[in-house]
Design a protein around this ligand. Structure first.
Ligand code: HEC
Ligand code: HEC
Length: 304
């Protein structure tokens, strides 16, 4: 249960806990014995509102015992539950274990809801309004933080609603992506391209591949950059720049820019490359939840 990296903190925390408890006990005993200075009539000498006198009566016995009981309780608690440094407690309770068992219970409760999706194809699920409503909730809880709640994504996080995919884009592909995550990897290519002037030329050639880019491309530079594109970039992006689903190399001809549009953004890609990671999400979801979620995502760009 413990995340301590050095044994010192374990001892430090355990020591602090025990010393504090013992100090409470000592304080109890000391204050229990000490007699306050009182006058002969057992008052402390404090007077309020004219004649309200503070007496010096001891706490009721049962009340002082309560203090002792809390101390005894704390030792019992620390023996059973984690609390003393990295000591896990006799019951082996962990907040993670509690969470897991609650998740399991929740999964069992929702299992009947999902059962009917087991024999449906993703295409059928995507047409089922109830399933799409569930998919939408799963998406807000698990995917929206990166892909935005409308699935339109943001810079670096692909739009999942536009039927433009780095990979295959099938329901099966989406399921695999959710379960295992994915990694887009373009190495820095500046060494293969040459000088910054060459990089600028190749970037302008890339711009000429898409309708939007053609409007701003420097055609003279593009002409100079074409050769480099075909020898260096085409290996991954294809000679036509349309990308390859198998390696997730982006389509450079469709006016959809995951990492930004324009000469500078493309030059940055060539100079620095990009490792773009989606962490696996499968552990957080049951297989049927993954299926409904993938069908929902697929359905976003396949509305009939
Ligand atoms: C921590 C951020 C993060 C979360 C959470 C996340 N994703 Fe992703 N996702 C990414 C990134 C980054 C990529 C792009 C990876 C790349 O460039 O190859 C991606 C890519 C994808 C792709 C591939 C897109 C394509 O064009 O081929 C799919 C499908 C996808 N995510 C679905 C999901 C779903 C469904 C969820 C919710 C279960 C989810 N993602 C949660 C960051 C995230
Ligand atoms: C080893 C394979 C590989 C080579 C070589 C390569 N790329 Fe890439 N490129 C990729 C991958 C993979 C991605 C997608 C990265 C991601 O998923 O985020 C990408 C993404 C890009 C993007 C971003 C597209 C967007 O939508 O924002 C640009 C621009 C780009 N490449 C340009 C180039 C240019 C120009 C060259 C040649 C100098 C080149 N690439 C060479 C693999 C490659």
């Amino acid at each position: 249960m413990s995340d301590f990296v050095s044994g010192f903190w374990n001892i430090y925390v355990s020591g602090l806990v025990i010393v504090s408890i013992v100090a409470c006990l000592v304080l109890l005993i000391m204050t229990g014995k000490a007699k306050a200075m009182t006058s002969h009539d057992n008052t402390t000498g404090h007077v309020w509102d004219g004649d309200l006198r503070e007496m010096n009566n001891p706490l009721p016995r049962w009340w002082s015992y309560l203090f002792v009981i809390t101390v005894v309780f704390s030792f019992g608690y620390l023996a059973l539950y984690p609390g003393l440094g990295s000591y896990p407690g006799m019951l082996g309770w962990t907040s993670e274990g509690l969470h897991q068992s609650e998740v399991k219970e929740g999964d069992l409760q929702t299992a009947p809801v999902y059962a009917r999706f087991a024999n449906m194809t993703p295409e059928e699920i995507a047409k089922d309004p109830a399933a799409m409503a569930i998919g939408e909730r799963l998406f807000s809880n698990n995917c929206a933080q990166c892909h935005a709640s409308d699935a339109h994504g943001q810079k670096g996080f692909p739009n999942l609603a536009d039927n433009d995919w780095l990979g295959a884009g099938t329901p099966d592909y989406i399921m695999q992506t959710v379960m295992n995550g994915r990694q887009g990897n373009m190495p820095p290519m500046v060494a293969a391209v040459g000088t910054q002037d060459d990089v600028k030329n190749v970037a302008n050639y890339v711009l000429t591949l898409s309708p939007g880019g053609r409007k701003i491309a420097d055609t003279a530079r593009a002409e100079l950059g074409k050769e480099k594109f075909l020898t260096v970039c085409a290996a991954c992006h294809g000679p036509d720049g349309k990308g390859m689903a198998a390696i997730g190399s982006a389509n450079l001809t469709d006016d959809i820019w995951l990492h930004g549009f324009g000469e500078k953004a493309i030059m940055d890609m060539v100079n620095n490359g990009k490792v773009n990671v989606m962490p696996p999400q499968g552990k957080l979801l049951t297989p049927l939840q993954v299926k409904v979620l993938a069908s929902y995502v697929w359905g976003l760009s396949h509305k009939s």
